[in-house]
Design a protein around this ligand. Structure first.
Ligand SMILES: [Zn+2]
Ligand SMILES: [Zn+2]
Ligand SMILES: [Zn+2]
Length: 310
């Protein structure tokens, strides 16, 4: 397959199973023998206010306990994790995903309408695959592929920073279950955000940051020398020459693929400049193969091949 989707496909198989929560790989943690406690109608869903089954678990050693925050219907309506509310496919905030897909939030905000809407959608979800409720979610999208997380981010499950320690007042020392370090982790502001805003995709500071980052992402200008038809492909890991060929042939006729296993890179030379330019445009900053985001640069053959830019 050309672009492998992220780690979360297994959730889809579990969606029908009410005995298991809808979670992203990060929230679930890396322990395959995870134990969960389940409390039927344990809390009100933070979005639709209906009681739902609350799951609690510890996502790994020295991680904080997690629980589901919204009901399965609300999570399926937006295709998000029941705990962190990030998109299950891309690991991105709803606001980012919806901006990229140009989707509008059409969930009624008034309680009566919301209840009616949710009941209807529940029936719809029971009948069909959740993806079909929002078919736009299945469309490939450049922006989402560029921003997507390609691997779980377990650091997000660490305990919160100890507020006493920050003030120099924690007396619990080693015993303290909270983190004794400066609260500078830019990737963990999720806890401070308003869960409803995040669900409706508004006023989400993380989303703003990500969208700004996307806008500032550099492009890959083609070199002035029109005879150059070679691309440098880096960060290959264990990918083979065949993997590279299988992906890059779709942009045009390939003259040669040279793998440099020592440097985990390859050079793909096209027969035409147009094909090389297409390939560069379609892959730069967004090609994920075998779970790795590949580095794409223009290259040149000069004795050994070498990338044009550092
Ligand atoms: Zn709900
Ligand atoms: Zn999650
Ligand atoms: Zn402490």
């Amino acid at each position: 397959m050309a672009t492998s989707k992220t780690t979360n496909t297994y959730n889809r198989q579990n969606w029908e199973d009410a005995d298991f929560p809808v979670l992203c790989q990060t929230c679930l943690g890396d322990n395959p023998y995870i134990r969960m406690t389940k409390e039927k109608y344990g809390k009100e869903c933070k979005i639709c206010s209906r009681p739902f089954t609350v799951f609690r678990w510890c996502p790994g050693a020295r991680m904080r306990f997690k629980k589901t925050e919204v009901c399965q219907t609300c999570s399926k309506l937006k295709n998000v994790c029941q705990t962190c509310l990030l998109d299950l496919e891309y690991g991105l905030p709803i606001q980012v995903r919806d901006a990229a897909l140009k989707m509008k939030d059409d969930l009624p905000k008034s309680d009566v309408n919301k209840e009616y809407y949710i009941q209807n959608m529940e029936r719809e979800l029971a009948r069909s695959d959740p993806g079909s409720v929002n078919s736009k979610l299945n469309e490939p999208n450049d922006l989402l592929m560029r921003l997507a997380r390609t691997a779980p981010y377990y650091k997000r499950n660490r305990p919160h920073v100890c507020s006493f320690w920050v003030k120099g007042e924690c007396r619990r020392g080693e015993e303290c279950p909270y983190r004794h370090e400066k609260p500078t982790d830019p990737d963990d502001p999720l806890a401070d955000q308003n869960i409803k805003d995040r669900y409706y995709g508004v006023n989400d500071p993380v989303a703003d940051k990500l969208l700004k980052r996307a806008a500032a992402m550099p492009a890959l200008p083609p070199p002035d020398d029109k005879t150059i038809t070679t691309l440098y492909i880096g960060n290959l890991g264990n990918l083979t020459e065949q993997d590279i060929r299988d992906h890059f042939y779709q942009y045009g006729e390939i003259r040669s693929v040279s793998l440099v296993p020592k440097q985990q890179c390859a050079f793909v030379q096209y027969t035409t400049r147009a094909a090389a330019e297409t390939a560069a445009e379609k892959t730069f900053n967004k090609l994920i193969l075998g779970g790795r985001r590949l580095t794409i640069k223009w290259g040149r053959f000069a004795g050994p091949y070498w990338p044009l830019q550092p």
